[in-house]
Design a protein around this ligand. Structure first.
Ligand code: THU
Length: 133
């Protein structure tokens, strides 16, 4: 139920994707531990490396509104297959959802769910190291 709800938000956000260079649209919906939902889409740039993925777009929106603890993120794309978060987004998410869940859905409606930890074991973490001292 929660997954379907988040996926519907992600699909709506995907409609706002700005992806004239790749033609590949991505939408994400992030659920905070407080129950708020923040969405994101990929925003490309003529200087390709400046492109922001949908997942980081959603995280930036949430953090900038004061939400820094996330439970789950749903990701959909215009591609045929399941779209998993890229390496940068996995690291970026790990800052705020160490034991969070990543839900992905393909075009046929097939849903898969992973823990973020599964997708990025041993994520880099400075804060933890500081805490240990
Ligand atoms: N993209 C995302 O938005 N999220 C991902 O996890 C993978 C890639 C975007 C970036 C770029 O606009 C397009 O997909 C093609 O790489």
């Amino acid at each position: 139920m929660e997954n379907e709800y988040l996926i519907s938000y992600a699909k709506k956000a995907m409609g706002n994707a700005y992806s004239p260079y790749s033609g590949f649209s991505v939408g994400a919906a992030l659920l905070t531990t407080e129950g708020e939902v923040f969405t994101g889409c990929n925003v490309e740039n003529a200087s390709f490396g400046a492109t922001i993925c949908a997942e980081r777009c959603a995280v930036m929106k949430a953090v900038s509104e004061g939400y820094t603890s996330f439970k789950k993120i749903a990701i959909v794309s215009s591609g045929d297959d399941l779209t998993y978060p890229c390496g940068i987004c996995r690291q970026f998410l790990s800052e705020f959802m160490e034991d969070g869940i990543v839900v992905v859905q393909d075009k046929t409606g097939n849903i898969k769910e992973y823990s973020l930890n599964e997708l990025i074991p041993f994520a880099f973490n400075l804060v933890k190291d500081f805490d240990d001292e």
